[in-house]
Write a protein that binds this ligand. Structure first.
Ligand SMILES: C[S@@+](CC[C@H](N)C(=O)[O-])C[C@H]1O[C@@H](n2cnc3c(N)ncnc32)[C@H](O)[C@@H]1O
Length: 328
């Protein structure tokens, strides 16, 4: 008997007890209300049109977790968490909490999906057509933008390239960070309209629209813009099965000159038989939210990039992982 293993298992299975109250509070707009000005429970109840006893239990949970605190008889965001829970803060994580709200619902379908297959259980068209869900996703994807860019710059020296095509570059958080550091770089983001409207707004606010171009398109179906010496695929291929990922890799090869760089950043497990803990769990997220998405292992990706026309160069194992290859 191992007390440690017992504790580990209980922690693994009990995480949702903390997650759901916090995500629900965000969903209700509770954090935004008290971020503007501390409120008494009665003021909050009126503002949220909530039921008194239930709201009190939710507030107790948030107080117990230390996310909110008493200031006399008013409730306020705990100073430690305020930069992340105030939606108006530049460091807000509230977009990610909104996204998690949608994920909880898809994760709850796992039992049915394992029995019947995602295609028969999930209405992917309806999911894609939900603008609130898409907005939450696009905002959530910005959350780690700065850290992702730092990781990427540790993995690859961007002084070696001049023009980067960032396929699925989203709202441009990575683009902005890398271009701020490397002033000679030109950058193109290829993404869908929803992500690009957020990108255009953020890039205009940062004064980066002259060096970062946004091109609307579908990476699997449309022609990719030409004239780049590096293609970045950051957290894109995990949304696709082998067939589409293969198509994306071949398009990357076709878009690059000989010697051009492929920078493939994703949750890549070094081993093929056992994924890393995060990659294994992330694979569930792709199962319940995409038609064929999955995580890939390094040996698989090496074979795939090789077959698409690249020569594998390096693998960098950081918070997430980056595979670097060159066009043959
Ligand atoms: C998980 S986000 C990653 C964003 C960013 N690259 C990063 O690493 O933070 C995936 C992005 O790929 C975009 N995307 C997914 N499939 C795409 C496709 N077929 N064509 C263009 N963009 C796509 C999504 O709209 C989203 O912005």
């Amino acid at each position: 008997m191992s007390a440690k293993a017992k504790r580990e298992l209980l922690e693994m299975t009990g995480g949702f007890w903390r997650a759901i109250p916090v995500i629900t509070a965000q969903r209700l707009g509770l954090f935004a209300r008290i971020a503007k000005a501390p409120k008494t429970p009665a003021q909050l109840r009126r503002a949220l049109a909530a039921e008194e006893r239930a709201l009190r239990r939710l507030l107790d949970a948030l107080l117990g977790l230390g996310l909110i605190v008493w200031e006399d008889d008013h409730l306020a965001l705990a100073p430690k968490f305020a930069p992340y829970l105030d939606p108006a803060s530049p460091e807000a994580l509230t977009g990610m909490l909104d996204h998690q709200w949608h994920l909880i619902h898809s994760w709850m379908r796992l039992e049915r999906i394992v029995l019947d297959g995602a295609e028969r259980v999930v209405d992917f068209e309806a999911m894609r057509a939900d603008p609130e869900r898409e907005r939450a996703f696009n905002h959530a994807m910005r959350t780690r933008g700065r850290e992702s860019a730092q990781e990427l710059m540790r993995a690859f020296d961007f002084r070696k390239v001049r023009r980067v095509l960032d396929v699925g570059g989203g709202s441009g958080a990575i683009a902005a960070e890398v271009c701020r550091r490397h002033r000679r770089l030109e950058w193109t983001i290829l993404d869908r309209p929803g992500a690009l409207s957020l990108a255009r707004r953020k890039l205009a606010a940062d004064g980066l629209t002259d060096r970062i171009r946004c091109v609307r398109g579908d990476a699997v179906k449309d022609v990719w813009p030409e004239g780049h010496d590096a293609v970045l695929l950051s957290n894109l291929i995990h949304a696709y099965g082998e067939g589409d990922t293969d198509r994306i890799l071949r398009r990357a090869a076709a878009a690059l000159p000989r010697g051009g760089r492929l920078l493939l950043r994703d949750f890549i497990s070094p081993r093929e038989d056992v994924p890393t803990p995060f990659a294994g769990i992330f694979g569930i997220n792709m199962l319940v939210n995409t038609e064929r998405g999955r995580v890939y292992s390094l040996p698989e990706l090496k074979r795939m990039v090789q077959a698409a026309g690249f020569r594998f160069e390096r693998f960098v194992d950081d918070q997430s992982q980056t595979l670097i290859a060159r066009r043959r």
